[in-house]
Design a protein around this ligand. Structure first.
Ligand SMILES: Cc1cc2nc3c(=O)[nH]c(=O)nc-3n(C[C@H](O)[C@H](O)[C@H](O)COP(=O)(O)OP(=O)(O)OC[C@H]3O[C@@H](n4cnc5c(N)ncnc54)[C@H](O)[C@@H]3O)c2cc1C
Length: 503
């Protein structure tokens, strides 16, 4: 490693890599890059006073290890009356990659105690009404045929449901048609703890600097394809400039603005629409202890997929809690600690057409958000009572979680569309990648970062050196586990064992 020159504020002047944002995505990319090339110098720039304070913070997301075991929006019913399970298979596979990487870090001693961030919590789906019960049964039959979902169980028997998850049946009329599926080996994850562990490790390595309370203000591409990154320490009057051949914009809700500032052609036409999340938290310890599951229901009409209601066991810093939500809300901020001008400041001539088109095509979302914002505490409790009929108004209080910025992009036919996934936008020369959107989110961080590596470090990823190192970190990164039952049955239990989540 060459000698490292620092700016007045202690930033590396010419790092090999700049990671913008101290969330799970930058943390994952940073650790992987240092494992692939220990000589690499990395400058991390974080706006807030510490890492993991925005979406990756435990209280700002739902902590579900999304493996498509319980989320009904990943298994739609198509026009032919068949359940489509392709998306569920893809998400499960991506979550397996994340677990493999975390298991590798555990074996390496980077993660000392996986139970500090991941634990086994059954994942269940819950529906009521005859039509929905038929749907859930059909979904169960479609998924059971695949080795990822072999362990799924189904019941429409009230006594069994009461045994699996007592709160769901308490106070419910026996004649009501309800059904539940259960997969015992689901997970609850404290992504905030994990992010901190990864950054603590990263900054302990030579050639890595983390600058907190420092904002990236601008990005300019130089003639040779490298980047001048303008950064400003909170409270300082002047900005500083650092130079790098590669920038990762992992700024969560702040990514769109920075992508626009970079002015790469691939980033043109993107817009963002923020949806905030709120949860009800249970204050009654007895109820908290009675429930041990993540129970996902069906989304209301017009609701965005990430607003599917769920009754959730969470364990944050060793303390068990019970949450219900998310209730969607509207705020023009792109980050929880962002500015009221965020939405307006990202509207430009490039994206105004797609934004209007997406808005007009999603009137049901607008109506849904309006309804959610207007809801009183009792209205929210009534939604909870569909899951837990005995819930008492004074035993639950509202907390605000993080902001998610949904992607709006150009569409040849419709002019513009709203997209609920995650998208890696990379420059053609691979010198920059930005991450937009936030769903399925942190659970699939490893798959997202593998895409960044493939697109921006294409040549290095083809070398036997990097391939070997990658295989150690993420054992099946170049194999499709969904098509390889034997390998899945060999790898999955070992990984779960290492993470302490095997039955
Ligand atoms: C309500 C809600 C529920 C969710 N539930 C789940 C779930 O159950 N399971 C799941 O897997 N995922 C879930 N997610 C998604 C998940 O939280 C995110 O996908 C993930 O945390 C994103 O990580 P990140 O590193 O991209 O962003 P973040 O964690 O938001 O980090 C971005 C960082 O960039 C910094 N930043 C921004 N602008 C600048 C700038 N100009 N200069 C320097 N720094 C900057 C911010 O301060 C922040 O620290 C949920 C999200 C929300 C909001």
């Amino acid at each position: 490693m060459n000698s490292i020159e620092l700016t007045e504020n202690g930033l590396i002047k010419n790092p090999d890599v700049v990671l913008i944002g101290g969330g799970i995505m930058s943390a994952t990319l940073g650790v992987m890059l240092k494992k692939l090339n220990p000589e690499m110098t990395i400058q991390i720039v974080e706006l807030l006073s510490s890492v993991a304070l925005e979406s990756s913070h435990a209280w700002n997301n739902a902590g579900t290890g999304h493996a498509a075991l319980c989320e009904l929006n990943y298994t739609p019913l198509n026009e032919n009356g068949e359940i489509e399970i392709d998306k569920a298979i893809k998400i499960n596979e991506e979550f397996e990659l994340s677990k493999q990487f975390w298991a590798f870090l555990t074996e390496e001693g980077v993660i000392e105690n996986p139970s500090d961030f991941i634990r086994r919590v059954p994942h269940m789906s819950f529906v009521n009404g005859e039509e929905n019960v038929d749907y859930l049964k059909k979904r169960f039959e479609a998924m059971q045929g695949h080795h990822f979902f072999d362990d799924m169980e189904f019941t429409s028997d009230h006594d069994k449901i009461s045994e699996w998850t007592p709160l769901l049946d308490k106070g419910r009329n026996d004649s009501e048609k309800i059904a539940v599926t259960r997969v015992q080996n689901g997970t609850d994850i404290d992504f905030g703890s994990l992010t901190k562990v990864l950054f603590n490790y990263l900054v302990s390595l030579p050639g890595v600097e983390l600058s907190t309370e420092t904002a990236v203000r601008d990005l300019d591409e130089e003639k040779d394809g490298s980047w001048e990154v303008k950064v400003k320490k909170v409270g300082d009057f002047f900005s500083e400039k650092i130079h790098t051949p590669f920038v990762f914009i992992g700024a969560g809700g702040g990514s769109l603005k920075l992508l626009q500032k970079s002015d790469i052609k691939e980033g043109r036409g993107f817009g963002g629409f923020p949806v905030s999340g709120q949860f009800l938290v249970c204050k009654n310890e007895d109820l908290v202890n009675e429930h041990s599951a993540k129970v996902y229901g069906k989304a209301a009409v017009g609701a965005p997929p990430m607003s599917v209601p769920h009754l959730d066991t969470r364990v944050i810093q060793g303390k068990k809690s019970l949450l219900f939500g998310p209730y969607a809300g509207f705020s023009p901020k792109f980050l929880k600690r962002g500015s009221m001008l965020d939405l307006l400041s990202t509207v430009s001539l490039d994206n105004i057409k797609p934004m209007i088109a997406a808005g007009l095509a999603n009137m049901s979302l607008t109506e849904y958000l309006y309804q959610e914002v207007m809801n009183s505490h009792v209205d929210r409790m009534d939604i909870l009572r569909e899951f837990f009929p005995d819930a008492k108004d004074d035993e639950w209080e509202l907390v605000t979680a993080g902001q998610r910025v949904q992607i709006i992009k150009k569409d040849e036919v419709k002019g513009g569309k709203l997209q609920f996934g995650t998208e890696v936008v990379a420059s053609a020369n691979g010198s920059m990648a930005a991450l937009l959107g936030a769903s399925p989110g942190a659970s699939t961080s490893v798959a997202v970062i593998l895409e960044v590596l493939d697109r921006c470090f294409t040549e290095q990823m083809q070398t036997s050196d990097w391939k070997e190192k990658m295989k150690k970190m993420v054992q099946t990164y170049d194999v499709t586990l969904s098509e390889n039952k034997d390998l899945y049955e060999e790898v999955n239990p070992k990984v779960n064992q290492t993470l302490g989540i095997q039955a």
